[in-house]
Design a protein around this ligand. Sequence first.
Ligand code: ADP
Length: 353
Amino acid sequence: MPIQIIREDITKLRCDAIVNAANNSLLGGGGVDGAIHRAAGKGLLLECMKLKGCKTGQAKITGAYKLPCKYVIHTVGPVWRGGTNGEKELLESCYRESLQLAKEYECESVAFPLISSGVYGYPKDQALRVAIDVISAFLLENDMLVYVVIFDKAAYKISEKLFADIKEYIDDHYVETHTDAHFERMRGEQCSQILEAEEVCFETTFLDEPVTQQVEPVKELSLAMPKQVAKFSLEDKLGEIDESFSEMLLRKIDEKGMTDSECYKKANVDRKLFSKIRNNVHYSPSKTTAIAFAIALELNLEETKDMLMKAGFALSHSNKFDLIIEYFIQSGNYNIFEINEALFMFDQSLLGM
Ligand code: ADP
């Protein structure tokens, strides 16, 4: 099952377990720790007192008391001391141990704050990268829905360089779109003038015999069309139906030598949703799901557009979401989690699910 990056107060989440970025004493503190203890009530503190602390990089589990989840997993992140004191390994261990505990307690869903990224000073972009890397490795072997909760988005940034590149790409293509639109409009106006002058030619393409006499435009045109349609039965037309989205997806999975599970996991798509698509040749996925599969299959831009078309969608230069997708495909970066981080930063829907 997939990872979801969300912006929420973790204490409000109704998942099986939430993770607390605790300190070694496990007796409460500031930040998310304080918020969790306040919302859970005194029972949590009493249970934590019995645990006799927790080492950095390790995790312990308790009940959730007044919180809407079932468990709280307490883990102690490293304090950032410049990055050369084993911080990354300790932070990875926090995620791994917490996920392992969640698994032992048969949790189907678990939510993490960005451990160490508050008072402990771990740079937020690097903290997020560690979270995504460890969680995605875990999900390759396990089924769980994992939320990564970003509380204060304003303070969080994807790499400045990536942000600047995407922004530049969007700006450039917006300009292109406006310019195109301008020419398209002009072309449209010219076309309608030409059409007014040439309505007879239009009509001739629909009739069996070449027409030489002048016919009444517009009104006649719409009356003439059923003649043409009648030449083909609806059945004939439906017989020409193209490969469906589901068929193309399965074909591409084979062509790329992937297994189904490699593909849906890489697409950050839930196994159940994948089975629905697999079992229904005419399944209509959402646009974000269709793109997630194109990314998992590492399709180039043309193939991506083709696949989207089969699901009834297109990529346009008129919205940021499409431009961000295009940017990543053009850059050959098919890491869905990085794409989702960027989409999140630009307030767009995320891929997968
Ligand atoms: P640490 O001491 O491990 O750095 P903090 O609690 O100071 O822990 O911060 C960890 C992260 O949790 C920070 O990114 C902070 O913005 C975030 N955070 C704080 N309160 C909440 C909350 N209620 N829900 C989710 N995340 C929160």
